[in-house]
Design a binder for this molecule. Structure first.
Ligand code: PLP
Length: 454
């Protein structure tokens, strides 16, 4: 029996009715990629309110690396529900918060003894990493990258690059954020070519210190090891070692934003390990909580302890249920070797993607590490004109045929894969079949077929 099971056209009547209520009650700014309301989910499968069964290649935007409702996570959360739900770590501390910090200190990238702060969201993690870096260095400036995404709160928005829909209309942003090009070789800001460029983009940081912002005023460089919302852009091997060397020379801290790359997505627990990035501070969130909101900043103990007692925190940061979930997630990773699984899934995708690239000009670049894989779609391989409308059509074809995907990229022309790492081979292949036929239909200019329930 196939995994995907469509009982109605998608979106079905119940989803459509809920969408009407949603439109009256919920702000339009709260975007969603599919017009489908979920009823339940398990592993890598979603069932919608009309009884349609879909494969999930989005994982709640990369939050479900350990799978929907991982049994160990559900058990741990249930046990916590029978004890207490909330005291606030700032009022009455509890052991699970400490245990999560101990685990993250042990596994997070970076040298030396570490300490951790728990918060709720990725944006809070990146904001707090900046507070800590400024408190430690007593310097004001932050360097962020073109095509970066660090969250929807004000400092996170200031560090984020993409204007629409994230920033336009919300100005002014906090000051002292400077932007430099990322190693986006497919669209190099300097029109150079790798490897002959010698990672000019990283080396050019020295020039930025002369012409834009003085090195001695820079607290930190914040960087995603692989761009998430920016389109899964994966820098070449020399990029991070070069960047790290320059930062160390000037006493500038390196903050790795592992919110999307972390917890096995790239085939290692953290992408830093795969890319030679040695951070001083790491921001984490998404898959840490196994579906519950939990985020963290982990870093060198002396840096993390720069802010004084009471200077960091929040009412819900490190909620007890989320902490128990995180401990279970880390256990699932060890027991099921999900990092290795990420590499297998990535290989499975790469084989299919190479065929697609041979067939269709539309597939401009295939890139990624482990199971963090993406397709950048273009109208012409020669001009690399971003195929944004086509990307939307591919995504629509996919959900209409039972596959949930999400897009990315500063030009909105990237299809990215964030499926739970517990997805079975059969589910993965079936999802790739749908994605392949979606690309075929769009590349060959056919209107998206309407999937037939059955
Ligand atoms: C790299 C990165 N940093 C930060 C964030 C913000 O996380 P949150 O949405 O939990 O605030 C995201 C979210 O997609 C992200 O991908």
């Amino acid at each position: 029996m196939s995994t995907i099971q469509l009982r109605t056209l998608i979106p079905g009547p119940r989803s459509q009715a809920l969408m009407k209520r949603r439109n009256d009650a919920v702000v339009q700014a709260a975007y969603h990629a599919t017009p489908v309301f979920v009823a339940k989910a398990e592993g890598a499968l979603i069932e919608d309110v009309d009884g349609n069964r879909m494969i999930d290649f989005a994982g709640g935007i990369g939050c479900l690396n350990a799978g929907h409702r991982a049994p160990a996570v559900i058990d741990a959360v249930r046990r916590q529900f029978d004890r207490f739900l909330h005291t606030s770590f700032n009022v009455l501390p509890y052991e699970s918060y400490v245990a999560v910090c101990e685990k993250l200190n042990a596994i997070a990238p970076g040298k030396g003894p570490k300490k951790t702060l728990l918060v709720n969201t990725g944006a809070e993690a990146t904001e707090n990493a900046v507070k800590i870096a400024r408190a430690y260095t007593r310097r004001p400036a932050i360097i962020a990258f073109e095509d970066a995404f660090h969250g929807h709160t004000y400092m996170a928005m200031a560090m984020t690059s993409k204007t629409h829909p994230y920033k336009a209309g919300f100005e002014p942003f906090p000051t002292e954020v400077y932007r430099i090009p990322y190693a986006y070789c497919y669209r190099c800001s300097y029109s150079m070519q790798y490897p002959s460029c010698g990672v000019f983009c990283a080396k050019h940081l020295e020039d930025t210190f002369k012409r834009v912002v003085a090195a001695e005023t820079v607290a930190a460089v914040i960087v995603e090891p692989i761009l998430g919302e920016g389109g899964f852009v994966t820098p070449p091997a020399e990029f991070f070692p070069t960047l790290g060397e320059i930062c160390r020379k000037h006493g500038i801290l390196l903050i790795a934003d592992e919110v999307q790359t972390g917890f096995g997505r790239t085939g290692a627990m953290f992408a830093c390990e795969r890319l030679g990035l040695e951070p001083d501070l790491v921001a984490m969130a998404k898959s840490l909580g196994g579906g519950l909101p939990l985020a963290a900043v982990t870093g060198r103990a002396d840096i993390m302890d720069a802010p004084a007692s009471g200077q960091l925190g929040g009412t819900f940061g490190g909620n007890p249920a989320a902490c128990e979930a995180a401990l279970a997630v880390l256990d699932v990773f060890a027991k099921q070797n999900l990092c290795a699984r990420a590499n297998v899934l990535g290989e499975r995708f790469r084989k299919r993607a190479a065929e697609w690239q041979n067939h269709w000009q539309l597939v401009g670049q295939v890139r990624g590490l482990g199971a963090m894989q993406a397709l950048e779609l273009v109208r012409s391989r020669l001009t690399r004109e971003p195929a944004d409308d086509e990307t939307k059509q591919v995504s629509q074809y996919c959900y209409e045929h039972g596959l949930v995907t999400i897009t990315a990229g500063s030009y909105s022309n990237v299809i990215r894969l964030l499926m739970p790492l517990v997805i079975t081979d059969a589910q993965m292949d079936e999802g790739l079949d749908v994605l392949g036929s979606a690309l075929g239909h769009v590349a060959e200019g056919k209107p998206a077929l309407t999937a037939q329930p059955g």
